[in-house]
Design a protein around this ligand. Structure first.
Ligand code: V1P
Ligand code: CA
Ligand code: ZN
Length: 406
C-alpha cells in the first residue's frame, strides 16, 4: 500500500488467526470477537501488513497452558462445549472446583466459575476451546518472536485476558495468556514490566506475580462505586495500597493506579507518563508487556473513562520509546468500531507509520461500521461524547503520583 513503510531500526510482528472471529459469547454478552474482525479490516485496509511480518497463529498446547493453570482446569477447557458441559460437571475430579461465588444466586455456576446461563460473565459457548487455545497460541508465538530476538515488538490484539486465575475463569477471561507469556520471558529476561491500560484492574496478572520481584505489574483502572446500585466497579481490587504480597520478596513490585470515572486525556496522559516513566527509571526492566484494553476509551459500553484514541495511543508511543522488547496485547473494548480504530492506530504507531485520518471506506469490507453520520469516518475522529462526568481532581491525581513514588 502506498505510503506504508517498514520501520527502520526495529522489527514488528503481528500474530492472529481469523478463526477467533466466529465466536459468540451470547446474545447480550458485551464481549464481541467481531471487534477483531473490524480491527483486521482496518489494518489490512490501510496496508499495515506491509510494515510487519504477519503470522497465522496456531493453537497453544495443553502442556503450554499448564505452565500457569491447574491441570484439571486445562483438561476441562480443552473438552468443554455447551454439549459436553453437563456431563463434565458430573466428573469427580472437577466437582471440587465448584467455588462459592457471591454471584451464585444470579447464575447457575459449574466448576471453575463457568456457566451456561445467559448473563454469566464466563459462559460456555460453541467453539470456545478453539477460541481460548488460539488467542493463547498467538500470544505465545508473539512472545517467542521476542525472546529469540526475531522481533522487537510483537502484537496480538486477540490476547490480553488479564482476569483469568490459576483454576478459575473471571471477567470474560479463561486462559491468562499474559501470565503464560511472562513466564516464558522470565527464562530469558531478568525483569519484566507489565503495564495495563484496560479500564479494569489487571488482577489475574498481579496475583500470579505478587510474590515475584522479577515481574513488576502496573495497572491503571477505574476503581470505586460502579453507580448507585452499591456495586463496585469490576473486579473491585487494585487500590493504591495494594503493592504486592506483604512479607514476601514480591512486596513493592505491584503498582496500582485507582482512578475515578470520567478522567480526560490531559489528566490520564499526565498520570500515565509520570508513573510509568518513574517505574521504568526505578525498575529498569529488560522487557515490557503492554495490555491495551480499549474499554478505557470514551463512549465504551462498559468503561467509564473519557479517553480519545490519540491519548490511548500516546501510552503505546511512550512505552515504545523505552526501546525494550515489547509485547502488545489487546484486552477489553466493548464499542467495536472504536476498539478497531484504536488498535489499528496503535499497530501503525508500533511500526512507525502515520495513517491518513480518512478511513479507506472503499477498501474495508464493512464501511458502514465506520461511516456513521454522528461519528464521521475519521480514524482519530474528534472527542467522544462525554458520557461520564469527570470525577478526577488534579490535586488528588498529583497526590497519587507522589504516593506511588516509593
Ligand atoms: O460486574 C461483574 C460481575 C458479574 N456481575 C454479577 C457482577 N462483571 C463485569 C465483568 C467485566 C469484565 C471486564 C473484562 C476486561 O477487563 C478484560 C477482557 O475488559 C460485567 C459487566 C460490567 N458492566 O462490568 N459483566 C457484564 N457486564 C455482563 C453483561 C451482560 C452479560 C454478561 C456479562
Ligand atoms: Ca488496567
Ligand atoms: Zn476491561
Amino acid at each position: 500500500e502506498q505510503g506504508i513503510t517498514r520501520p527502520k531500526g526495529h522489527k514488528v510482528s503481528f500474530h492472529y488467526n481469523s478463526r477467533v472471529e466466529d465466536m459468540h459469547f451470547g446474545k447480550t454478552h458485551p464481549m464481541k470477537p467481531w471487534r477483531l474482525t473490524l480491527t483486521k479490516h482496518l489494518v489490512l485496509g490501510y496496508g499495515l501488513q506491509y510494515a510487519m511480518d504477519t503470522y497465522e497463529a496456531v493453537a497453544a498446547g495443553k502442556d503450554q497452558v499448564r505452565a500457569f493453570h491447574d491441570p484439571d482446569y486445562v483438561d476441562f477447557l480443552a473438552e468443554v462445549s455447551p454439549e459436553t458441559f453437563p456431563a463434565l460437571c458430573e466428573v469427580e475430579k472437577y466437582k471440587k472446583h465448584i467455588a462459592n461465588s457471591p454471584y451464585q444466586d444470579l447464575v447457575d455456576l459449574g466448576p471453575f466459575n463457568l456457566s451456561t446461563s445467559p448473563g454469566a460473565d464466563c459462559p460456555v459457548f460453541d467453539g470456545m476451546s478453539t477460541y481460548l487455545f488460539l488467542y493463547t497460541g498467538a500470544t505465545l508465538a508473539a512472545t517467542n518472536q521476542l525472546v529469540t530476538g526475531q522481533s522487537d515488538i510483537a502484537l496480538n490484539w486477540s490476547g490480553g485476558l488479564h482476569h483469568a486465575h490459576k483454576s478459575e475463569a473471571s471477567g470474560f477471561c479463561y486462559i491468562n495468556d499474559i501470565v503464560l507469556s511472562i513466564l516464558d520471558m522470565l527464562r530469558v529476561y531478568p525483569r519484566v514490566l507489565y503495564i495495563d491500560i484496560d479500564v479494569h484492574h489487571g488482577d489475574g496478572v498481579e496475583e500470579a506475580f505478587q510474590r515475584q520481584p522479577r515481574v513488576m505489574t502496573l495497572s491503571y483502572h477505574r476503581y470505586g462505586q460502579y453507580d448507585d446500585t452499591g456495586h463496585k466497579f469490576f473486579p473491585g481490587s487494585g487500590d493504591l495500597n495494594s503493592t504486592g504480597l506483604k512479607g514476601t520478596i514480591g512486596e513493592h513490585f505491584a503498582l496500582n493506579v485507582p482512578i475515578p470515572s470520567g478522567i480526560d486525556d490531559r489528566q490520564y496522559t499526565h498520570l500515565f507518563q509520570s508513573i510509568t516513566g518513574r517505574a521504568l527509571e526505578a525498575y529498569k526492566p529488560s522487557a515490557i508487556v503492554l495490555q491495551c484494553g480499549a474499554d478505557s476509551l470514551g463512549g465504551d459500553r462498559l468503561g467509564q473513562f473519557n479517553l480519545n484514541i490519540k491519548a490511548h495511543g500516546e501510552c503505546v508511543a511512550f512505552v515504545k520509546k523505552a526501546r525494550l522488547p515489547l509485547l502488545i496485547v489487546g484486552g477489553g473494548g466493548y464499542t467495536a468500531r472504536n476498539v478497531a480504530r484504536a488498535w489499528c492506530h496503535e499497530t501503525a504507531l508500533a511500526s512507525d507509520n502515520k495513517l491518513p485520518d480518512r478511513i479507506p471506506l472503499d477498501i474495508v469490507p464493512r464501511p458502514e461500521a465506520f461511516s456513521r453520520k454522528s461519528h464521521g469516518n475519521g480514524l482519530l475522529f474528534p472527542p467522544f461524547p462525554r458520557t461520564h462526568p469527570n470525577d478526577c481532581k488534579d490535586v488528588d491525581l498529583e497526590l497519587m503520583i507522589k504516593k506511588l513514588d516509593y
